[in-house]
Design a protein. Structure first.
Length: 397
């Protein structure tokens, strides 16, 4: 978009100056001058001008031939030949989207000696598996993996491409999206399909988790999105499913890389694995002080659970960041999630609302956390937590 002032209509009335949020407009010789470096194209000046002297011109976007693109693809991320669990979550959601669109669901598997994992992807819902099995793809490197995906997408033209919002996924699909000149929505928490346009409705938190935004890619394909681990349910296993294996081979020049992997060093600093925990007990601002997290730790120990926390508790330095649950922390999906003294702002809910059972302990019966809770306990946590801990110790002894 571009903005301009029609000099013949402008009277220098200053109405536009008063409403411009970034102070991008000045009056020179009774004419409005817009500083394009400051202008955000918000349109406030256009609405305020009584003389229609300011106009925003929208350039026409040339759409691709969308009818050429069909199918839902999932990037089957693997490490040392082991399919990552986020892939199964994507296949579950991808199956749902593919059924709505009446198209096939495919997985894309890149690596060395990975063909043996194809049936595993088919049993989780994939109709087809595109595989490039090459020793040069043994370790993840941006250039060869990007070239391989771009080649496959340009050849087979899927309309939707999903990947996990992992370290590898984020590094890879952003490069692919740029090369394909298409859109990419990061950290999605939900998907749907606009039946009329076949557009993917991509929902994600925005403005620090204060609102949920739905994003669409109207004119470019494929529609690309990443999803954080544990946001969606894994696809069920069906060992009887049949699918098609499509082997591709790339020229060695496309698989060359200017970088190489020297050594992999595992991170041993984090003692908390919230993403894999079956039970999580989390504390929030309602604990009032860092020493009160002992109440959370005692209950977690009695249940054999992991300890989580809200962003407010982490920001107050009551507990390390590795315990944070939420949009800016870890996304979890345990069998039981116990929220103690957590109000339930959207940023936190996004990270735990997929839990099988949610127990909320809060003095405020109208707290947002109560709206998603399976069981709500309206009580002072300082009264209820010691009682629960004592009872669980007796029962689980």
């Amino acid at each position: 978009m571009s903005i301009k002032v029609i000099k013949d209509k402008c009277t220098g009335c200053t109405l536009c100056v008063k409403v411009c949020p970034p102070d991008a407009i000045t009056i020179v010789d009774k004419k409005a001058i817009i500083d394009l470096d400051k202008c955000t194209l918000c349109g406030a000046c256009v609405d305020s001008c009584k003389f229609e002297a300011i106009v925003i011109e929208k350039q026409q976007t040339r759409c691709q031939n969308l009818k050429e693109y069909r199918g839902v693809w999932v990037f089957a991320e693997q490490k040392n030949g082991i399919i990552q669990s986020v892939v199964y979550e994507l296949l579950g959601e991808g199956r749902h989207l593919a059924d709505i669109l009446n198209v096939k669901l495919a997985a894309v598997l890149l690596g060395s000696d990975v063909e043996k994992s194809c049936q595993e992807l088919i049993s989780r819902g994939a109709d087809e598996v595109y595989v490039i099995d090459n020793p040069k793809l043994k370790d993840f490197l941006d250039e060869p993996y990007t070239n391989a995906l771009v080649h496959l997408i340009n050849k087979y033209k899927p309309e939707i491409f999903l990947a996990g919002a992992t370290v590898i996924g984020r590094s890879l699909v952003s490069r692919v999206a740029v090369k394909l000149n298409t859109g990419l929505t990061a950290d999605c928490t939900g998907f749907d399909i606009d039946r009329e346009s076949r557009c993917l409705l991509q929902t994600r938190p925005a403005f620090g988790g204060n609102i949920m935004a739905t994003i669409i890619t109207r004119c470019n394909r494929p529609q690309m999105a990443t999803v954080r681990h544990k946001v969606m349910k894994e696809a069920a296993v069906d060992k009887q499913r049949k699918g098609r294996l499509i082997k591709e081979d790339l020229g060695s020049e496309l698989l060359n890389s200017r970088t190489s992997l020297l050594k992999f060093v595992a991170d041993l600093t984090s003692k908390v694995n919230l993403a894999e925990a079956d039970i999580i007990v989390s504390g929030g601002r309602g604990l009032k002080a860092p020493e009160n997290f002992k109440l959370i730790e005692d209950l977690a120990k009695a249940l054999g659970a992991a300890v989580g926390a809200s962003r407010a508790a982490v920001d107050a330095d009551w507990i390390p960041y590795s315990h944070q649950v939420g949009q800016t922390g870890r996304t979890v999906c345990p069998k039981i999630y116990i929220a103690c003294g957590i109000s339930g702002q959207i940023q936190h809910l996004v990270g735990m609302q997929s839990s099988d059972i949610i127990v909320a302990i809060n003095k405020d019966a109208d707290a947002p956390i109560m709206q998603v809770a399976t069981y709500g306990i309206v009580a002072d946590l300082f009264d209820i937590l010691p009682v629960l801990t004592k009872k669980f110790r007796e029962v689980l002894k």
